[in-house]
Design a protein around this ligand. Structure first.
Ligand SMILES: NC(=O)c1ccc[n+]([C@@H]2O[C@H](COP(=O)([O-])OP(=O)(O)OC[C@H]3O[C@@H](n4cnc5c(N)ncnc54)[C@H](O)[C@@H]3O)[C@@H](O)[C@H]2O)c1
Length: 450
C-alpha cells in the first residue's frame, strides 16, 4: 500500500503546508537501483582515530570522492566546512575515545558537518564494545557513544541515517562489508543501530555478486517481504529455492520462473515438513531465511487458543524445528547463514499482539542462544526485526494505527519490503560470519522499543 502522505509532503503545496502546520515531513528515501556499482555516489568523509586509516585503504572501492577532516594530512583531500562538497557518507572512528574528556571530539567533529550533509546521507561511528574493555572509564566513554549516536540519528534531516559499529579485536579486516551496506542506500530504512563485528575468516570475493554459487531457501516467498528477499538474493547471485503454502502456488511459481529459481509448496507446520524439505534438498543449502509468518491479533482477554497456537506454530516452532533438522541432517552446509524474521513487536511489545510478540521475541532468543554453538561450523544466525513495512500484512491494520505506525520513527514513514530484503542480503554474505547472534532492526529508528 502506498503512503500518499509522503507524496503530499513532498509536493510544492504540501511542503509549505506541512511546514506551516509543524506536521511530520518525511523525505522520499533513496534506494539502491539496479545497475549501480558504487556504494557511495558522492563525497565520503573519513575522520577520527586509527581505524580511519584502515578504512582509507579500501575507500576508493566505495566512492571516487574521498575527503578527510580533523585528521593528520592523508592522501584524501582535506574537507573544509562551508567550502567542501555536501557529504553523502561519513565514517568517524571513535574507538580511541577512552576518557570523558575525549568525548568532546564527537561534538567537534560532527557539529560542522550537520549543515553540510547531502540528501539521504549515511553516517557510521566506529567504536569498541564497552564489555570488552577492563578500564571502567574507557568502558564508560565507549558506552557514551551509544547515547550520542542514537540521539544524533534522530537529529538527522532529509533521510539521513547513523549507526554505531563495535569493532572487535581482529575484526578490522571485516569492515568493508558492513560499510558497503551501512553507507549505501541499501540501509535506507536502518538507523540508530548498534552492532557488534567479530573476526571472520570467509571473505567476499566479488562484491557485485557476493552470493554467487550459494543456495538459498526463503520461506513465505510468494509475496511481500519474502518475495523481495528472494529477488534481492537472486540479484546478488544466489540460486533461490522459494517456499510457500500450496494455495500460493501460482504466485510462487511465477516468481521462481522469473528469478530462475525453484519452488517448493509446503506448509511448514505439517508434522513431516522437515522430512519433506530435506528430501527436496539433496544438494544441501548455504542460506536459510525463515520469513513465513502470520498475525492473529487479539488482546489477551479475547485471545482464542486457535489464534495463539497458529501464531506460535508458524512463527516460532516451525523455524526451530526446521533449522534443527537442516543442521542435524547436514543439509545446511558449514559456513551457512540463517536469518530469522522477527519484529520490533518482539522487542517493544505491542497491544493485541501477545502471541505475535512472544513468537518474535522467541526468534531473537533463538539466534542469541544458537550463535555460539554454531560458530565452530562457521554458521551465523541472526534475527532481522522490521518495524512498519508496507505489505499486505500492514495494509490490514486500521487507518489510525497504520498512520501512527508509519510516523512514529525518526524517518517518519514505513519501510519497503526491499529495505528488509537488503538487510537480509547483507547478513547472508560470506563475510558476515563476523556478525552473529544479533537482532538488526529495520525500522527507521522507530520509537517502539528503542
Ligand atoms: N510487514 C511488516 O510490517 C512486518 C513487520 C515486522 C515483521 N514482519 C515479518 O516479516 C515476515 C513477512 O511479512 P509480510 O508482511 O511479507 O507477510 P505476508 O503476509 O505478506 O507474507 C507472509 C508469507 O508467509 C506465507 N506463510 C504463512 N504461513 C505459512 C506456512 N505455514 N508455511 C509456509 N508459508 C507460510 C504466506 O503464504 C505469505 O506468502 C513475517 O514473518 C512477518 O511477521 C513483517
Amino acid at each position: 500500500m502506498s503512503d500518499r502522505y509522503i507524496d503530499f509532503a513532498n509536493s510544492s503545496i504540501g511542503h509549505r503546508l506541512v511546514g506551516a502546520l509543524g506536521l511530520p515531513a518525511p523525505t522520499r528515501l533513496e534506494r539502491w537501483q539496479a545497475g549501480r556499482l558504487r556504494p557511495v555516489e558522492g563525497a565520503l568523509l573519513i575522520g577520527g582515530g586509527p581505524l580511519a586509516k584502515h578504512v582509507s585503504t579500501f575507500a576508493n572501492r566505495l566512492t571516487d570522492a574521498i575527503y578527510s577532516y580533523g585528521t593528520e594530512p592523508s592522501r584524501a583531500t582535506a574537507w573544509i566546512p562551508g567550502h567542501g562538497p555536501k557529504l553523502k557518507a561519513v565514517v568517524f572512528d571513535a574507538s580511541d575515545l577512552l576518557h570523558t574528556d575525549q568525548l568532546k571530539q564527537l561534538r567537534e567533529f560532527f557539529q560542522p558537518l550537520m549543515k553540510n550533509l547531502d540528501h539521504c546521507a549515511h553516517l557510521v561511528i566506529l567504536g569498541r564494545d564497552p564489555q570488552s574493555l577492563s578500564d571502567p572509564f574507557a568502558a564508560s566513554a565507549q558506552r557514551a557513544l551509544e547515547g550520542f549516536s542514537r540521539s544524533l540519528a534522530k537529529e538527522l534531516r532529509s533521510g539521513g541515517t547513523l549507526q554505531l559499529i563495535h569493532v572487535g579485536e581482529g575484526a578490522e579486516s571485516q569492515l568493508e562489508g558492513p560499510l558497503r551496506f551501512f553507507l549505501s542506500p541499501k540501509s535506507a530504512f536502518v538507523s540508530g543501530q548498534v552492532i557488534r563485528l567479530n573476526p571472520c575468516s570467509t571473505p567476499v570475493s566479488d562484491w557485485t555478486r557476493p552470493l554467487a554459487g550459494r543456495k538459498a531457501l526463503v520461506t513465505g516467498a510468494a509475496r511481500g517481504i519474502g518475495a523481495a528477499i528472494a529477488e534481492t538474493l537472486a540479484r546478488d547471485g544466489a540460486d533461490i529455492i522459494l517456499l510457500d503454502v500450496p494455495p500460493a502456488r501460482t504466485d510462487l511459481d511465477a516468481l521462481a520462473a522469473r528469478l530462475g529459481g525453484r519452488s517448493i509448496t509446503l506448509d511448514i507446520c505439517t508434522e513431516d515438513a522437515a522430512a519433506q524439505l530435506i528430501e527436496q534438498l539433496p544438494d544441501g543449502l548455504d542460506i536459510v531465511v525463515h520469513n513465513a509468518g502470520i498475525t492473529r491479533d487479539k488482546t489477551l482477554a479475547n485471545m482464542t487458543p486457535e489464534y495463539w497456537d497458529a501464531v506460535l506454530a508458524v512463527n516460532l516452532n516451525a523455524p526451530q524445528v526446521l533449522t534443527k533438522a537442516l543442521l542435524d541432517s547436514g543439509t545446511l552446509h558449514d559456513n551457512g547463514r540463517v536469518v530469522l524474521l522477527a519484529s520490533i513487536s518482539g522487542i517493544a511489545g505491542n497491544r493485541g499482539q501477545t502471541n505475535y510478540a512472544a513468537s518474535k521475541a522467541g526468534l531473537i532468543g533463538l539466534a542469541q542462544a544458537w550463535a555460539p554453538l554454531l560458530q565452530k561450523r562457521g554458521i551465523s544466525i541472526n534475527a532481522v526485526a522490521p518495524g512498519f513495512i508496507e505489505t499486505q500484512m500492514t495494509a490490514h491494520i486500521p487507518f489510525g494505527l497504520r498512520e501512527a505506525g508509519r510516523r512514529m520513527s525518526a524517518l517518519g514513514q514505513g519501510g519497503l519490503p526491499q529495505d528488509v530484503a537488503e538487510a537480509v542480503a547483507w547478513l547472508v554474505q560470506p563475510g558476515t560470519g563476523a556478525f552473529t547472534g544479533q537482532a538488526l532492526r529495520v525500522c527507521g529508528q522507530s520509537v517502539l522499543g528503542a
